[in-house]
Design a protein around this ligand. Structure first.
Ligand code: GCW
Length: 716
């Protein structure tokens, strides 16, 4: 009896330990479940030769052994001799295999090659690079091949990243709240740092290195000067030490008024000698703590943050002063272009361009301007930001938002790769046809020496990191696209699903179908036809197109949709704000004519009559009704498809996703009902009777309040 009980208890413990809680992300390394392939892999891989002993090679070795042994479910030996069925890790000219067939010049500082050696030994695979970090990236790529069940018989892979700085931006505060964070509190436990290194920090570094992310801004752009004090620098240094073997540099946000707040100076004027000197000394101190510190990210004169304009100086004055402080140490400054002023009557769409275009050429070489993908603010769909291509002398860091502030937050399934790709693939025409945003960002269009891309992280201390199991896909997709923006959304989804869930063909295909459709589905039930920024005030959760009393005009939904009895939409043509003039003539021509403007951008650029005839033959009003309803129907389709997956994956993540999809379905219907009832007060047209009726009145939706919605301000 006792024995049975013990057995039951221990089985329970085992199943608890094996529970798919999502912590392992896409690095699960579960035993290959295809028996034929497993046999093949097992016979092809017996031993590993490791050349090198740096901390980076040490982590590459650990990862490789852990990965291989788990995936193949067998012991893999370390050896020194070349025999058949061996994997060899070696840097250029540092090992025992002749790697002259590799073109190391093409690999650069971070690329790698993986190839099968030809000759009398069988199945010898070499993972090689110019640098140790290149080797680590190669190891992760090799493990990805096994996890996605690829043939490894004749390998000949050579890769290098297209963009140099691939960075996560954490909007994490010192009290561990996360601005726009929907996955718990910050993973940085400032209280127990520097003494306690949570295993999560190491797993964070592994996950990032596996997708090529090489930098992290630890703190919120709405910055706190305290992070620059020694107490915090010690903590930052502990994180930097943990991340270093994984090739990840640490960056911090700099509060522009820090010289006053923590330095005791009377001013933070960037042209003041004392101020310049303060920042130089501060930079020297930071580099004592973190010798390879990446540099500063700055939000200045934006949404109440201090900046050079407080002293009648320009953004260039401010950025250059900080750039001079970090330059002797090889640091950079990423200066955000997300600026707009309530006092300026100009369309908010235009303000960043107006501010930064004239400054092109005035920045130091180590300054990059960080630009959000669209001109307003991470909306479900935005046209690309007009600054891309417009400041050729200034390298631009692309800023995407991985966390889904305006996309249903932590509860909706929205795969963002198609959103990222839509922007990267857009043609700016600034140097003729083919001048894509991607080419601006990777520096190839204007021959920039540095290039960068940043993603506002969706990571928190939830056990599965991102709250929604599919949030992990967006972290993954950001990293993969930062590495290679030519990868397709489908390919990235395919890789992610196989590593995260299963290689089962029908699971992969069905779930990929859901993921690829999910972004457009979300656009349909939230902001179809080019509507934007009609979310609830402050927390941005749910619909509130009626709001007209926000703190400032350009925070009000009514500012953006401009619905009236004549029609709906923001006229940004010559007859309106003329924001279109900020684009190349070819781009502006695409959108300026109401009759041939792509309908997905229609209300971004035109105030359109309710009775306007759309391509479908429907009136604008009927089309709007159709889109909102299609959005809701498609979420129901996602639910049905997911239901069919039940037997193909673990119960935990099946259930979590199912529950989230049901929240998403309710939210989608709420969006549709609230928006259509509200817009109907202007259109005065009926909602076609074949559609589902709203379950509440407009007054009901207007009265909903979400006082404690997460991610809003400094509150938990
Ligand atoms: O999207 C808006 C957010 C703010 C954010 C700001 C920014 C960090 O609502 O929470 O502040 O953009 O990007 O600076």
């Amino acid at each position: 009896m006792k024995k049975v009980l013990l057995l039951v208890i221990s089985l329970n413990i085992v199943s608890c330990l094996l529970a798919e809680d999502g912590y392992r992300l896409w690095l699960r390394y579960d035993k290959v479940d295809n028996t034929i392939l497993l046999q093949q892999y097992r016979s092809q891989i017996n031993a590993v030769i490791i050349n090198g002993s740096s901390p980076t090679i040490a982590v590459a070795k650990n990862e490789l052994f852990a990965g291989l042994q788990a995936l193949l479910d067998k012991k893999v030996f370390e050896t020194k001799e070349i025999k058949s069925n061996t994997i060899v890790i070696q840097r250029k000219a540092a090992g025992i295999i002749d790697t002259r067939i590799v073109n190391y010049d093409d690999l650069g500082q971070e690329g790698f090659a993986i190839f099968t050696v030809k000759g009398n030994v069988k199945n010898v695979i070499v993972i090689t690079a110019n640098t140790d970090i290149g080797v680590l990236y190669g190891v992760f790529q090799f493990l990805r091949l096994l996890q996605t069940q690829q043939n490894i018989t004749e390998l000949n892979i050579s890769e290098s990243p297209k963009i140099k700085l691939r960075i996560l931006n954490h909007w994490d505060n010192l009290n561990r709240s996360v601005e726009r964070g929907y996955a718990g509190i910050s993973i940085w436990n400032w209280h127990t740092l520097p003494g306690y290194i949570d295993q999560r920090y190491i797993d964070y570094a592994r996950a990032n290195a596996s997708i090529g992310i090489n930098g992290t801004v630890l703190t919120n752009v709405n910055a706190n000067a305290q992070i620059l004090t020694k107490t915090y620098l010690e903590k930052m240094a502990a994180l930097a030490n943990t991340f270093r073997p994984y090739g990840i540099k640490v960056y911090l946000t700099a509060r522009f008024s820090a010289p006053v707040e923590i330095g005791g100076l009377k001013t933070a004027d960037p042209l003041n000698e004392e101020v310049k000197d303060w920042w130089k000394r501060k930079a020297d101190t930071i580099y004592q703590f973190i010798p390879d510190f990446g540099g500063f990210l700055v939000k200045a004169n934006s949404e109440g943050q201090p900046g050079p304009q407080n002293y009648q100086r320009t953004h260039a004055d401010g950025a250059n002063m900080l750039a001079d402080a970090v330059a002797p140490h090889g640091g950079i400054v990423m200066w955000r272009a997300f600026v707009y002023s309530n006092e300026t009557p100009t369309d908010r769409f235009k303000q960043a361009y107006d501010e930064f275009k004239p400054l092109d050429g005035q920045f130091r070489k180590n300054v990059m301007v960080q630009v959000k993908n669209g001109p307003i603010d991470f909306q479900p769909r935005e046209p690309f930001h007009p600054l891309f291509g417009a400041i050729p002398k200034t390298p631009i860091v692309m800023e995407f938002q991985i966390t889904m502030e305006y996309l249903g937050q932590g509860t909706h399934l929205v795969y963002e790769a198609p959103l990222f790709k839509e922007c990267l693939d857009a043609d700016t025409y600034t140097k003729g046809k083919g001048s894509t945003v991607a080419k601006v960002v990777d520096g190839s269009l204007d021959n920039n020496l540095i290039s960068g891309i940043a993603g506002v992280a969706n990571i928190g201390n939830e056990r599965n990191w991102t709250n929604h199991p599919f949030g992990q896909a967006n972290w993954y997709a950001f990293g993969r696209l930062a590495w290679d923006h030519t990868l397709s959304s489908a390919r990235i989804a395919d890789e992610w699903i196989k590593q995260t869930f299963s290689n089962n063909k029908s699971f992969v295909n069905e779930v990929k179908g859901i993921m690829l459709a999910s972004r457009q589905i979300m656009v349909n039930y939230m902001t179809p036809l080019g509507l934007h920024h009609i979310m609830g005030t402050g927390h941005h959760y749910g619909p509130a197109p009626w709001v007209s009393n926000a703190g400032r005009a350009d925070w009000n939904p009514v500012y953006y949709h401009k619905a009236d009895s004549a029609g709906i939409g923001f006229d940004r043509t010559v007859s309106g704000s003329n924001a279109l003039s900020q684009y190349s003539p070819e781009v502006s021509a695409q959108w300026s004519n109401l009759n041939n403007c792509a309908e997905e951008y229609l209300l971004w650029f035109h105030h359109v009559p309710w009775k306007y005839k759309m391509k479908s033959g429907k009136t604008l009003w009927d089309e709007l009704c159709y889109k909102y309803n299609a959005g809701v129907d498609s979420v129901r389709w996602m639910q049905k498809t997911w239901e069919k997956m039940k037997s193909l994956i673990d119960e935990e993540r099946f259930k979590q996703t199912k529950m989230f999809l049901s929240i998403q379905e309710k939210d989608a219907a709420w969006w549709r009902n609230a928006c259509l009832l509200y817009f109907q007060t202007f259109s005065r047209r009926p909602i076609p009777s074949n559609y589902e009726k709203a379950d509440h009145s407009l007054e009901y939706y207007k009265a909903l309040r979400f006082q404690f919605a997460p991610g809003n301000g400094n509150s938990f």
